[in-house]
Design a protein around this ligand. Structure first.
Ligand code: ADP
Length: 490
């Protein structure tokens, strides 16, 4: 077997091994014989070096014209776009989503960089009238300083891109700590920025574990802002640590996203979106549909159609063009989802399709879980309340819109939500009443474009939003300037 490649940290414009010299392994979730590479197993010393580099680079980068900053982002976006197939294949090999999705996500990363190249060139403040007609009164938005990005494995290039791009566009410097399960995609993104000519120290990448890298990064007093996407448990812990020392924090966490199907909906259309919303990317999206809340009058028909469609999904090697669903991320996830399914069964819900691991037909070497459909889910149960983060959809039957919206809102999360109906009045009522940061009418719960804010209500976020104009709010602070002419001059 060929030697697996070894990848380094990127600190102060150079690829450097961890100070300890240690590495960790990155494995393909579809084939546990396939070692993707070894990555720097970094520690507190490496984090400190990266933060020092970012701190030293800050004055220069904030002083760089926004137009020049935009040019670097634009160049990086072109580099990624030119390599979309290659990086997309790396993504699929590392994360397990289908090749089409891997390429799609890589294209999204390029689009995000391009978008923020444009944002960098937008006005940075406002001019106001003053009580004194001679006073020039205006605001400017200025960068914060060194920002830490702590990112998950499920969108291993898009999420780092949508955090890093706005941070850089507005003049901040960055230390990225990617998930240990998907460091290669982070390397690919940083390579593109390096080749695009990002000045040394402006972006730094440190790979390694949560405790050895994430924790010292969050605690470093020089890191003034932290943008995190991941689990609620970790996000809430980071928030305590970071806010205690006065750092700015942005959190994107879990979801338990509902899709309501009313009796007047186009059922074929709705079912198609329920299936893709729940199962694409193996259900490992924070915006994935996990609850189908269906009017009892059509529940049987919707369930029957779901059984057929979910049962027909092609699960397998995500590199193959016919595959519709790949593996889950690792053995631990497969085990956890398996036991969550068991728990749902024990609570009285009925497994209609799937319901466990898949190991036949050559799937035994990967972490495959069958696309699973539950009927008879009760809202106030484990399956009705908790995020499974896997290919599992539960049907909850309800009596009409009023019960549907009550059930939809009866969870501690509020990321995204959908309704399927032909009734415009109901759709508008839903958009008003649903407690979610992202609302879809007649389309699936995932689906987020970079030019608009992304984030959730309740336990899904921390009130701040990512992407679009909202990113400017997080990655800048406001300065208000009063300029009066010197006495005697006007
Ligand atoms: P996921 O289940 O998606 O991996 P996690 O919340 O476990 O979500 O991890 C998201 C990111 O946060 C990863 O990069 C992980 O290494 C990092 N992380 C986890 N725990 C901590 C921690 N205590 N301090 C800092 N970073 C952490």
């Amino acid at each position: 077997m060929a030697e697996s490649p070894v990848y380094s940290n990127y600190i102060n414009g150079e690829w450097v091994v961890a100070k300890s010299g240690g590495t960790f392994e990155d494995w393909n979730p579809s084939n546990t014989d396939d070692l993707i590479g070894r990555f720097a197993a970094s520690g507190a010393d490496d984090v400190a070096a990266a933060v020092s580099a970012a701190e030293a680079a800050f004055e220069g980068w904030r002083g760089t014209s926004p137009i020049a900053r935009a040019n670097v982002l634009y160049k990086a976006s072109e580099i990624i776009a030119a390599r979309v197939n290659e990086i997309g294949a790396d993504l699929t090999r590392e994360e397990g989503k289908t090749l089409k999705e891997g390429i799609g996500e890589t294209g999204r990363a390029a689009q995000i960089l391009r978008y923020f190249a444009g944002e960098a060139q937008q006005p940075t403040g406002e001019h106001y009238p003053s009580m004194n007609s001679q006073t020039l009164l205006y605001t400017v938005r200025e960068p914060l300083g060194v920002c830490a990005m702590i990112t998950p494995w499920n969108f291993p290039i898009a999420i780092p891109a949508w955090k890093i791009a706005p941070a850089l566009a507005f003049g901040n410097t960055v230390v990225l700590k990617p998930a240990s399960l998907t460091p290669l995609c982070a390397v690919r993104l940083v390579e593109a920025l390096h080749e695009a000519g990002i000045p040394k120290g402006v972006v730094n990448l440190v790979t390694g574990s949560a405790s050895d890298v994430g924790d010292p990064l969050v605690r470093d007093e020089r890191v003034v802002a932290i943008s995190f996407t991941g689990s609620n448990a970790v996000g809430n812990e980071l928030k305590m640590i970071a806010t205690e020392r006065g750092a700015k924090v942005q959190l994107e966490m879990g979801g338990k996203n509902p899709a309501i199907v009313l009796a007047d909906a186009d059922l074929d259309h709705a079912v198609g979106h329920l299936v893709t919303g729940a199962m694409w990317s193996t259900g490992q999206k924070c915006t994935a549909t996990s609850r189908a809340i269906v009017d009892r009058r059509v529940a049987e028909e919707v369930t029957e159609r779901l059984v057929n469609r979910v049962g027909a999904l092609v699960v397998g090697d995500p590199m193959r063009p016919e595959t519709q669903m790949g593996p889950v991320i690792d053995a631990k996830a497969a085990e956890r989802i398996g036991s969550d399914i068991e728990r749902g069964r024990n609570d009285g819900a009925e497994v209609l399709v799937g319901g466990g691991r898949l190991s036949e037909d050559g799937l035994g070497k990967g972490h495959f879980v069958a696309p699973t459909l539950f009927g008879g889910v009760v809202s106030d149960s484990f399956l009705g309340q908790e995020e499974l983060f896997g290919p599992v959809l539960g049907v909850i039957a309800v009596d009409g819109y009023e019960e549907a919206i009550a059930v939809a809102n009866q969870v501690r999360f509020g990321l995204s939500a959908s309704i399927f109906t032909r009734d415009l009045g109901r759709a508008m009522q839903f958009a008003r009443e649903i407690q979610a940061g992202i609302v879809h009418v007649n389309s699936e719960t995932p689906g987020a474009e970079p030019q608009v804010p992304f984030g959730g209500y309740k336990g899904s976020s921390s009130y701040s939003r990512e992407q679009g104009k909202a990113a400017r709010e997080f990655f800048t602070q406001v300065k208000t300037v009063y300029i009066d002419p010197p006495p005697g001059e006007s």
